[in-house]
Design a protein around this ligand. Sequence first.
Ligand code: ADP
Length: 166
Amino acid sequence: MKVAVYPGSFDPVTLGHLDIIERSARLCDLLYVGVLVNPQKRDALFAWEERVQMLHDATAHLQNVHCECFQGLLATYASQRQAAAIVRGLRAVSDFEYEFKLAAANRHLAPHIETVFMMTSHEYSFLSSSIVKEVAQLGGRVQGWVPEGVAERLADRFLPSGGAGR
Ligand code: ADP
């Protein structure tokens, strides 16, 4: 059985993430989507439990996708899950340098696990969780960028009326 892990902060999950999840789930038997719980990073908008729940709701139609959280080293998490591959998404050239270093570090720590890069679909090439949060905070529309349930949670956070006027 081929297992892969797709790690990230997913704060919150976007349709760009979901596109990578759907495409990579077709290439393996079981895909773990791992939300990194980083106690040092206190500026997350959503608690990790909420982030996992949003991912869980957004991937309910995918039988071989399991969403969960993990702490500590990605290489350790991927080894524990007996993953053959770590999936990462690439948007612009700006992603490359960081991803290149991360892949090299993970290869050093877990040489038996391949990092597999999936190119963004062009309609999501600009999309990041940060852009979604900024736009939502300023009252802009995020429909078409995030799953419906996520748009509702963002409205609850940022719009005083809890979503009226979306
Ligand atoms: P971000 O805050 O950049 O959205 P995450 O840590 O949640 O970041 O991202 C997890 C992974 O998903 C990373 O490999 C990131 O490059 C990738 N990713 C994020 N957004 C997209 C997108 N729109 N298209 C393709 N890959 C993406």
